[in-house]
Structures are given as structure tokens and as C-alpha cells.
Design a protein around this ligand. Structure first.
Ligand code: PEP
Ligand code: MG
Length: 748
């Protein structure tokens, strides 16, 4: 019996393929398909229901029900047995449909005489497009084999490109990957962008769904799976035992690649007439459908792994690599599950926007996207499954929203918003050469943060007065091996050249915590942000820090040099690091190198403890820069990368502002130069409040200089200060509402 049904279903698939290949009106072909299925499965009725919109299904073709009902009969998702299949994406199989809970017959179809009912979802890559139903008068329960065969048929049906055309007059059925969708993500880099999807890892296109020679297909599958297993084993061998996360993922890959169940299901699909790649895709589709409903994060991750593995297998079977020959569209918006910093740099400024399914706001890719000022969202779930190369897409990096294939109203509203931003940008350009001077005559120096060669052109275009933070670790992060001293000399030399004599505050390597170098042994720390990082590594293992100091001295080659140490928690650490600088100066001099004309050594204030350091620290430091990103996370004990707590404490919280004020006073007492270089310096309202507390230098992303300057030039800082003081005295938790109210008053 099983054998007969296998050959039946192969026959059916063959006939189906011929029908699909036929020319002619789409409706006629769909009608023929229902006829074929009913004939082959020996039922009186076969019907196809498709989604008309997100909530409604429509009868689009039938063999056996009344023809007048086609394109007339509709039901809501969840309504009746057909609606139930659509809602749950699970088959309903009963010999006595009328007795089923939720049964509801549609009188106009004449279906009341049929007792047995089998309904299956028509799915493509985890997305339900409609429902395939067979019915018969005779009471019968459909066998597992029959269900299986129909599932395969449903999958082939789902591949029909023109499914959308089958819906009634004027109705716009959003066929797979055609309807507009909205995704929510977390903002990694603000900004808005409109463009077309460019998939970092394009989906494999399967064109041959049905195959005539199952033996040959089984052989192909075997060989491909074998290659896949070898590949996974090789990857596992190449990963260091210390890299636990990557090993976990690869171990999961290996488990799936050796899973008998997975293999058996694909083999069964092939025996029923699918090609090897269609069988893989069918399994992938099932995994995706499950992925959308499982709540458990670990399980979802594993299903994601299976999805990845299926993609690899499809690439082996079809020979399609990452480069499918597709041309990058104009205004590309990169969509990926995740991306490494080096890969992102390869794309460079050609990208208009980036949307990632994973990633975190502190990841290297995000740091790079920020440096390149490309709007970026992370955690946009399902986007890689839904987006197709070339799709129209709009990224709203203010509100963390992606509009995929947006409809007209969204396009219009979004373009209006972009036009307003462009207007503002024009205004900022006119401010480029004007000082950031407040109404009451206080000059604030605006510097930029940098770290990549790609940042250098911004030195000219932004109107920055210097580089307040050069994150040297970015040059280390984007490489797959430790850069040599000579390379660093070249890079630092170019940076100083581009600065045309303006100050560049080179921050020594800040690794550890979220910044892990791929070529250094990861340390397994329970709490890396509070662990062995930045200057702690530099002092304990000074080799790399010394090499970096030598490179900086050589690159300066007689020019002034400014060096800043990250993550200093106590005076001793600063003194020891500073001693290294002077030791290296001596060494370089003894080797005959020209020494910098002037050298300044400063510290980043990123831990609350440093604000309470002895006066001698403030006297010894040539300057101090507040690293607000870290300072804020330690001040409030709220992880800067943890979405749950990140925004819980406002930067304009009175405690934090009062703390900044104390730091200002301590620096003022001994005449130590002070700046603020965390992300908040680039937010106009925050920047203005820091200035009101007495900070006179702010360092930020180049793109923020215009907006910050624009606001500073419009306000009276003494007034702002009075508003802040009043809010503090009144017991407010944050001064934001008071400042916002005051700014609104200014505008009107
Ligand atoms: C900071 O902590 O504010 C800072 C500027 O350093 P980073 O963001 O690189 O840790
Ligand atoms: Mg920091």
C-alpha cells in the first residue's frame, strides 16, 4: 500500500509539474490542479483556499464543490475547519467533519454532503499562503501516507509564482514575499534610509522541485550531506576550544547533520517525487514555521541553526555560492543575520542602511556602522526570511522600524520625514564654519570621535575642531591578525596628516568586555565589562601597549602627540601607564627617532572611583575625558548592552548631572582640561545640559556636530542652568521634562 501511494504521488507530482509548466490562464491551471489531486487521491472534492488579506481566506479553485462559489466563498482565519488549518498551520484530518468542534459549512458550496475532510496548510518557507482541502462523502480517515503525499503537493503548489493572480477580481492577494511588512528592531545607529534589499547571504533559489529519478536524487542528497558533515567537522577543528559560543553552534550543526530523523524525512520526500533540494527546502520550511511559534529562546536558536544548515546544504546541492551573480541594487540596504566588522568594512560607504536579525548595540559591526554613519537596526526578527534581493525597503532608525515593501501611504509619510531631515542637514552645513557659541557667549568646542580610516574625510566636512576620541582598537578589531608596528605607524601618521595640526586624542587599546580580538585567546570571565580589560590588560601584559606607544611616537615624528588611557579606575594605574609613555620616549630617542614636539597624557574617566581620586591625579593628568557610555553603566549599575536596563536610567537624571558637575569642579580646581566623549555628547539636549553643567568640550560622531551646534547656538546656558537647578531643587528625578518644556517655549 505504502509503495502504491509513493508511486501514486510521484505520478501526481509529475502531472502537476506538467500542468504548472503549461501556458494558459492561471485559473484554468489551478482548476486542473484540483482535478488532478482529487482524481489521484480518490476523493470527490479538492479545493484550494488562499489568503485574500491577512485575515481572510477565499476559495480560489475547486473540483467537486459548486463552481459559483469560487471567489465568492470567504472565511476568516480561525473560522470553520479551513480557517483552523490556516490559523494553526497544522493539518485537520477527520472522517466526520460535521461533528468536529468549530465545523461550519458554507451552504453556497454544497459541501454539506461530504463527511471526510483533510485540510493542509500551503506553506512556503514557513509562511502560510492558503489551505489545500480534500473531502469525500464516504467516511474515511486519510492515512499518514496520503497526508504526506498531499503535503508534498502543497509545497509544490506554494511555489507557483502567480498564486496572487488567483484571487477574485480586483483583490490584491499578497503573494509570498510580496505583501508589505513591518519589523521592529533596536537602534544601533540613528538615521533614516530608503533603498533596496541586498542580502548578505542571498537565499538559494530552487527551481527544480519535482524529479523523475528518485534513486539519483537520493544519491545526490547522500553525497551533499556527507560534504556538509565533513565541512562542519572541519569548522569545528578550526575553532579554538576556548571559543565556547561558536563551538556550541557548530556542535548543534553537527547534531543536525547527523540526525537520522532529518535525513529520513528528506529521503521520504524524495521517494514521493521531490528533488533533493526541494526535500531540503521542505524540511527548512517546517523548521521555520516552528520557529515562529516556539517561545523558548534556546529552541528558537537551534531551529535557526537548522535553518542555516539547510542553507548550506542547498548551496552544496545547487552549486550556488554567496555570489549568485545578482547585481547590487542602487541604494543598497544590507540585510543579514549578523555580520563581522571586516565584512562590513568591505561594503564601506556603499550601503545606505543595515538591518540585522541578531547583533547587539555594542557589537563591532555596530561600532563600524556608527563610524560610517550608516543607519542600523539590530534584532529585527524574521527579516532575513522575509526580505528578497531588490525589495523596496525603508529603515526608520529613529523609531527602530523597518518597512519592507512599504505601501504608498508609508512611502509618502516616510519621504516627507526624510525631506525634513535633509532640510535640517542643509541648515547644519551652513553652520559648519560657525562656532558653537551660546546666546550668552559661551564657546563650546565640538570634536569628533573616530577610529577608522573611513572617518578621516569627516574631519573636514563636519567642522570638527579636533578628534576628541580616536578608538585605536577598531584597527585591531577589523583585522584577523595582530597589526604590526609598521602598519600602525602608517595609520597614525595618516590620521595626524588628515587632522592638519588639530589635536587627536589617541586612546590606547580598549579591548576586553565587548571588544574581543579574534586572534587573542578569549578569557572566560563571568562579567567581562567588569573584568580584565583596557588599561588593566595594558599594564599586566604591556607588550602590545608598548608597541602601540612606539608606533604613536614614531608616527608623530616631531609633531605634538596626545595619548589617552582608557578605563582608569585609580591614580596608580594612570601613573604606571604614564610611566610607560616616558620610558618609551626615552627608548625611541636612544634609537634615534625624532620625539614629539610636545606630549600630553590624559585619562578617560569611565569609572565613578576616578572622580574621587586624590588631587595629585588631577594635577598629573594633562586632560580628562568622560567616557559617558561606561561611566553611566557603572554609575547606575545598568549594563549598556542590556536592552532591558539600558534605557531605564535617564542621562539627564539629577544624580548623574550632579556627578558630572562634581567632575567639572574637580578639574576646574586644578585647571585640568575636561571633555565628554560618550555617545550622549552627540545628543543635542544631553550635550546642552552637559555644557550647562560646565563641560566645555564635547566629542561625538561627526554627524552629530551639526545638530548639537544648532541647538547650542540657540540657547542661553545660564538660563538652561537655572532650569536644571530648579528641577533639582524641586525633587525631580530627571531634568528632562523641565528642559523639554523650556526648549518648547524657546521654539514658539
Ligand atoms: C565610553 O565609554 O563612553 C567611551 C567613549 O568608550 P567606549 O564607548 O569605546 O567604551
Ligand atoms: Mg568606554
Amino acid at each position: 500500500m505504502a509503495e502504491r501511494s509513493e508511486s501514486d504521488s510521484r505520478n501526481l507530482l509529475g502531472r502537476l509539474r506538467d500542468t504548472l509548466a503549461e501556458e494558459g490562464p492561471a485559473q484554468a491551471r489551478l482548476d486542473r490542479i484540483t482535478h488532478l489531486i482529487a482524481d489521484s487521491i480518490h476523493t470527490e472534492v479538492c479545493s484550494i483556499y488562499l489568503f485574500r488579506d491577512a485575515d481572510t481566506l477565499e476559495l480560489c479553485a475547486t473540483e467537486g464543490l459548486r463552481p459559483e462559489a469560487v471567489h465568492q466563498t470567504r472565511m476568516r482565519v480561525g473560522e470553520g475547519l479551513v480557517g483552523k488549518v490556516a490559523k494553526t498551520a497544522e493539518p485537520v484530518n477527520t472522517e466526520d467533519a460535521p461533528s468536529m468542534p468549530g465545523f461550519r459549512y458554507m451552504a453556497e458550496t454544497g459541501e454539506e454532503i461530504y463527511s471526510s475532510f483533510l485540510g493542509l496548510p500551503i506553506q512556503r518557507l514557513g509562511e502560510t499562503l492558503g489551505v489545500l482541502v480534500v473531502q469525500s462523502r464516504e467516511k474515511r480517515t486519510f492515512t499518514d501516507d496520503e497526508i504526506y503525499a498531499l503535503e508534498v503537493v502543497a509545497m509544490v503548489l506554494a511555489e507557483m509564482k502567480e498564486l496572487g493572480a488567483f484571487v477574485g477580481e480586483g483583490a490584491a492577494l499578497a503573494a509570498p514575499h510580496q505583501r508589505s511588512e513591518m519589523f521592529h528592531g533596536t537602534v544601533g545607529q540613528e538615521g533614516t534610509a530608503e533603498g533596496h534589499v541586498w542580502l548578505h547571504e542571498p537565499r538559494v533559489v530552487v527551481t527544480n522541485l519535482v524529479a523523475d529519478d528518485p534513486e539519483a536524487e537520493l544519491e545526490r542528497l547522500d553525497q551533499a550531506v556527507e560534504r556538509l558533515r565533513v565541512g562542519v567537522d572541519e569548522m569545528l577543528q578550526s575553532v579554538s576550544t576556548a571559543d565556547k559560543d561558536q563551538r556550541d553552534v557548530l556542535e548543534a550543526y553537527r547534531m543536525f547533520a547527523n540526525s537520522r530523523g532529518w535525513m529520513k524525512r528528506m529521503q521520504e520526500d524524495i521517494t514521493r517525487g521531490l528533488s533533493a533540494e526541494a526535500a531540503v527546502e521542505k524540511e527548512q520550511s517546517t523548521a521555520r514555521a516552528r520557529m515562529q511559534v516556539v517561545a523558548d529562546a534556546y529552541l528558537r536558536e537551534r531551529l535557526h541553526d537548522l535553518d542555516d544548515l539547510s542553507n548550506r546544504l542547498l548551496r552544496i546541492l545547487t552549486g550556488q555560492g554567496k555570489h549568485t551573480g545578482a547585481e547590487m541594487p542602487a541604494s543598497p540596504i544590507l540585510i543579514a543575520r549578523n555580520i563581522g566588522p571586516a565584512e562590513l568594512l568591505d561594503y564601506g560607504r556603499s550601503l545606505r542602511g543595515i538591518v540585522l536579525e541578531e547583533g547587539s548595540v555594542g557589537s563591532h559591526a555596530v561600532i563600524i556602522a556608527r563610524a560610517l554613519a550608516i543607519p542600523l537596526l539590530v534584532h529585527a526578527e524574521r527579516i532575513t526570511t522575509e526580505a528578497l534581493n531588490g525589495d523596496h525597503v525603508m529603515v526608520d532608525g529613529e523609531n527602530g522600524i523597518v518597512h519592507l515593501r512599504p505601501d504608498e501611504s508609508v512611502v509618502t509619510a516616510f519621504r516627507d520625514k526624510m525631506a525634513m531631515q535633509a532640510e535640517a542637514q542643509k541648515r547644519y552645513v551652513t553652520l559648519r564654519d560657525k562656532p558653537a557659541e551660546t546666546r550668552d557667549g559661551i564657546r563650546i568646542a565640538l570634536h569628533m570621535n573616530a577610529g577608522l580610516m573611513a572617518d578621516l574625510p569627516s574631519l573636514d566636512s563636519s567642522g570638527a575642531e579636533g578628534v576628541g576620541l580616536f578608538r585605536t582598537e577598531l584597527q585591531f578589531l577589523v583585522r584577523d591578525k595582530m597589526p604590526r608596528r609598521g602598519e600602525l605607524v602608517q595609520i597614525y601618521d595618516q590620521v595626524m596628516d588628515a587632522a592638519h595640526g588639530m589635536t587627536v586624542q589617541f586612546r590606547t587599546l580598549d579591548i576586553g568586555s565587548d571588544k574581543v580580538l579574534p586572534y587573542m585567546n578569549p578569557t572566560d570571565e563571568p562579567n567581562p565589562a567588569l573584568g580584565w580589560r583596557a588599561i588593566r590588560v595594558g599594564l599586566d601584559k604591556p607588550g602590545v601597549m608598548r608597541m602601540q606607544l612606539q608606533a604613536l611616537i614614531r608616527a608623530a615624528n616631531g609633531r605634538p602627540l596626545t595619548i589617552m588611557f582608557p578605563f582608569v579606575a585609580q591614580f596608580d594605574e594612570f601613573r604606571a601607564a604614564r610611566d610607560h609613555v616616558f620610558r618609551e620616549l626615552e627608548r625611541e630617542a636612544s634609537l634615534g627617532h625624532v620625539l614629539p614636539e610636545n606630549i600630553e597624557v590624559g585619562a578617560m574617566l569611565e569609572t565613578p572611583s576616578l572622580a574621587f581620586a586624590p588631587r595629585q591625579f588631577f594635577e598629573m593628568a594633562d586632560f580628562i575625558s568622560i567616557g559617558g557610555n561606561d561611566l553611566k553603566q557603572f554609575f547606575f549599575a545598568a549594563d549598556r548592552e542590556n536592552e532591558r536596563v539600558r534605557r531605564r536610567y535617564d542621562t539627564l537624571n539629577v544624580s548623574f548631572l550632579s556627578f558630572i558637575e562634581q567632575i567639572v569642579e574637580r578639574c576646574r580646581d586644578v585647571g585640568t582640561r575636561l571633555s565628554f566623549c560618550g555617545e550622549d555628547a552627540g545628543r543635542p539636549v544631553e550635550a546642552m545640559c552637559f555644557a550647562a553643567m560646565g563641560v566645555r568640550t564635547l566629542s561625538m560622531r561627526p554627524a552629530s556636530i551639526g545638530p548639537v551646534k544648532h541647538l547650542l547656538r540657540r540657547v542661553d546656558l545660564a538660563e538652561a542652568r537655572a532650569v536644571i537647578n530648579q528641577a533639582r531643587a524641586g525633587g525631580s528625578m530627571s531634568v528632562r521634562p523641565a528642559i523639554r518644556g523650556w526648549l518648547t517655549g524657546l521654539r514658539s
